[in-house]
Write a protein that binds this ligand. Structure first.
Ligand SMILES: Nc1ncnc2c1ncn2[C@@H]1O[C@H](COP(=O)(O)OP(=O)(O)O)[C@@H](O)[C@H]1O
Ligand SMILES: [Mg+2]
Length: 254
């Protein structure tokens, strides 16, 4: 008996790509680290970059930001080829990057750290007050320790400050390297809540993660890296529902 094709199987219109990497190779000194990375980050979604230690995730982020130079391939942001651009130009396209090392100034107060991240404010009073209140709700520690040196914060609080700095002004793309690294489970849950609200604000996010629980709760799209290449790309939902695939890609026993 012929049945009508269910509507849910109709292909969805592909979301517009905000950032695209095409066949990107990166060398660090004599080492060939990225071997043709293909990656699409759709606008308005959260894309998870997963993969074992040493797979090339951080190198991919650094190559996007121009901190390493691609030796082959193309990086395209909002239609502009940024492959050969310098980091200040790339950041100036309204991309915020939170490195693994977080980039916090330990000797400066939380307030001063936030102010340095704000491009349009020279004094704390010039920072967007409504936006600050929104950040304080997402990360109460930022408000609590506003006048304390950032170096005094716990590891989790520093991560929260690092993400707060990235969102102190509206950005088109947030690129964040392992925000859950070293966090206690309760802090991870706080971070997941914050990212859920950030997602709801419509910002595009590219997130490196090792924590599969974190990834499953937040990811719209997922790309898995191995040996300097993206070896799987698709929806997070499809990967989360396929334990065999998780096992083969990530070596996870769930
Ligand atoms: N500065 C560097 N010099 C030499 N090799 C590096 C450097 N940074 C990273 N690598 C190597 O590149 C590979 C990918 O590293 P990385 O991108 O940091 O992986 P991931 O973030 O997925 O853990 C690893 O084998 C790592 O040892
Ligand atoms: Mg890394």
């Amino acid at each position: 008996m012929a049945t009508a094709k269910p509507l849910s199987h109709a292909p969805a219109a592909p979301a517009e790509a905000l950032l695209t990497l095409e066949g990107v190779h990166t060398h660090i000194g004599a080492y060939h680290i990225l071997h043709g990375v293909d990656l699409v980050v759709p606008r308005g979604q959260l894309t998870m970059l997963l993969g074992r230690n040493g797979a090339g995730k951080t190198t991919t982020l650094r190559t996007i930001m121009g901190l390493w130079q691609a030796s082959q391939g193309r990086v395209v942001f909002k239609g502009e080829d940024i492959t050969r651009q310098h980091t200040p130009h790339i950041a100036g396209l309204n991309i915020a990057y939170v490195p693994e090392t977080m980039g916090i100034f330990a000797d400066l107060t939380v307030k001063e750290n936030m102010l340095l991240a704000a491009r349009s404010a020279k004094r704390a009073s010039q920072m967007d007050e409504a936006r600050l209140q929104w950040i304080f709700k997402l990360f109460p520690a930022v408000e609590k320790f506003w006048n304390h040196p950032a170096g005094k914060l716990s590891g989790g609080q520093k991560q929260m400050l690092a993400v707060s700095r990235a969102i102190v002004e509206p950005r088109d793309l947030l690129i964040i390297d392992e925000p859950s690294k070293g966090l206690a489970p309760v802090m991870i849950n706080n971070m997941i809540d914050a990212f859920q609200q950030l997602k709801a604000s419509g910002v595009t996010i590219l997130l490196v993660e090792q924590n599969i629980h974190f990834a499953k709760r937040l990811g719209d799209q997922v790309a898995v890296m191995d040996n300097g290449q993206v070896v799987h790309a698709g929806s997070m939902q499809a990967l989360a529902g396929n334990e065999e695939l998780q096992q083969s890609l990530l070596g996870l026993a769930l």
